[in-house]
Ligand binder design. Sequence first.
Ligand code: 5GP
Length: 245
Amino acid sequence: MEIMQGEMLYEGKAKRMYATGHPDELVMEYKDSLTAFDATKKGSFEGKGSINNRINAILMTALGELGIETSFIRLLDESRALVRKVTILPIEVIVRYEAQGSLCRRYGIEPGLSIDPPLLELCLKDDALHDPVISAQVAALMGLATSDEIALISWRALVIGEKLREIYGRWGIRLIDFKLEFGRFSPADGSASRVILADEITPDTCRLVDAKTGEKFDKDLFRFDLGDIGAGYSKLLERLQDSAG
Ligand code: 5GP
């Protein structure tokens, strides 16, 4: 079915959102740009938007089949997907299985430390404040979400993490950590509003390595100039597509 792409409602660092003719649906367009360190480091590579669009579609579809409600509806073309219109909760939910990145920087923890049971962190989604870690109480105090919603997204992130680990594991890929965003979906027909998984799950938002060789497939390649990010993202997509059939 042909989708009417209307006015641009939002432009972020990696995506643009457009209205459609349907009140509950938006077009999500992936850009080729990428940023790191609160957008102080900027870059891009041709094909990045299309790779992330397809990786996200594979992962969100797999999660949907496992019973997780997500904002993803379907792919439209190379760089666009149709998604549910949600109000994003300004909380980044991070789950970690191994110490890397900001966890090591913040606390002086040795990178590579195994984390079992997984660590859940909530961060305030605010680049100007450098996305600080916040407690569930502070998040509720600030009115970012209700206490019940915060409990729900925390629990759900851990469940989604187990499913993602299993999905990536099938492809011989080890998930080190990831970030999720959730949104409040309030259908225009007045049916019950609910919080669902939104935004994206891509190598921009996950740390991923080959389970055998340790080869990296994620945005750290760009953040820390560790190698060819285009090659890393392409290899990841090829692997996911191979196994997805
Ligand atoms: P860290 O806190 O170590 O920088 O990130 C932990 C995990 O969450 C990594 O997989 C990272 O990609 C993801 N993450 C954390 N904050 C952000 C963010 O603001 N944007 C994106 N794209 N990913 C993030």
